[in-house]
Write a protein that binds this ligand. Structure first.
Ligand SMILES: [Zn+2]
Length: 282
């Protein structure tokens, strides 16, 4: 997968932030990426941008160029998402849910996953910040996509059986608030599926500031442990997690890449982590 990031513009305002995982304000310089930097929490090890661009400025990054990128990679992103769902036996997991089953994809881009699922008897909706991507999904794929961010869209509480967000939580300024918003719109016992870059992975440790996920649009980069912690503390039970991706294309000779890719999954050092969680009943 190619990585894409808009450059921060000079006019963007920034704020100093504290660690979203443990609340500590004690951090150490970690990765200097030139123009923006990641720090590491001295208390829990969480990696995050500090200072961070304020959200209203950040929103402006996700428009026309982002749409081009999303559209260009539509098929490969869909393929990766389906493989992720396959890894957690999504079909078996959700088979017994009473009909109609309702699925929300937050950060749904052009709605490729929604269109795919809808054919399998799901009522699907999406949320997308990139206006042209949402428009494309609505008009070309004929899927129901709300433009904006989850906190600004008025869904009924307890509406969805499944909320999926792939490569979203690392872009969100306040992941805890985001998880609370997800929790609100879910049915008790419903499932949430989170996919994000994994700082516990081999590539993050090997490449550091040159890691493909150390980009300006990523505000928080989670370890598997810290991601599970905030999910748990947001009213969910963590059912399982999976990681995949040993070494990115072109970053190592094949004789290293192939065994690394094969071992990443069973050993948990993959480049991307998926967490499957369930909204706690009480
Ligand atoms: Zn911390």
């Amino acid at each position: 997968m190619k990585t894409f990031s808009m450059s921060p513009s000079d006019s963007e305002r920034t704020d100093e932030v504290s660690c979203v995982v443990c609340g500590s304000v004690s951090d150490r310089p970690y990765w200097d990426c030139g123009g923006f930097r990641f720090v590491r929490c001295a208390a829990c090890g969480h990696v995050y941008q500090n200072p961070q661009p304020v959200f209203d400025d950040l929103q402006n990054r996700y428009q026309d160029d982002y749409f081009d990128y999303e559209l260009e990679n539509d098929a490969s992103f869909l393929d990766l998402m389906l493989r992720g769902l396959g890894d957690i036996d999504f079909d078996a997991l959700t088979e017994s849910l009473p009909r109609p089953r309702r699925f929300l994809d937050v950060g749904c881009a052009t709605g490729a996953l929604l269109q795919h699922l809808r054919t399998e008897d799901w009522q699907v909706e999406g949320v997308e910040i990139c206006v042209p991507a949402a428009e494309y999904g609505r008009t070309v794929r004929n899927v129901d996509i709300h433009v904006g961010t989850l906190d600004r869209i008025e869904f009924a509480q307890g509406l969805f059986d499944v909320v999926h967000f792939s490569h979203v939580i690392e872009h969100v300024p306040d992941p805890r608030q985001f998880l609370r918003d997800v929790w609100q719109v879910m049915k008790p016992g419903g499932y949430t599926i989170i996919v994000t870059p994994n700082t516990s992975g081999f590539q993050a440790k090997l490449f550091g500031a040159r890691w493909r996920s150390a980009i300006a649009d990523h505000l928080n980069l989670f370890s598997t442990k810290n991601l599970k912690r905030i999910v748990l503390e947001s009213g969910f039970d963590v059912l399982t997690h999976r990681t995949w991706g040993g070494i990115a294309q072109g970053m190592a000779p094949r004789w290293i890449k192939h065994p690394a890719d094969r071992l990443a999954k069973p050993l948990g050092f993959g480049d991307v982590v998926l967490v499957l969680a369930q909204k706690r009943l009480a």
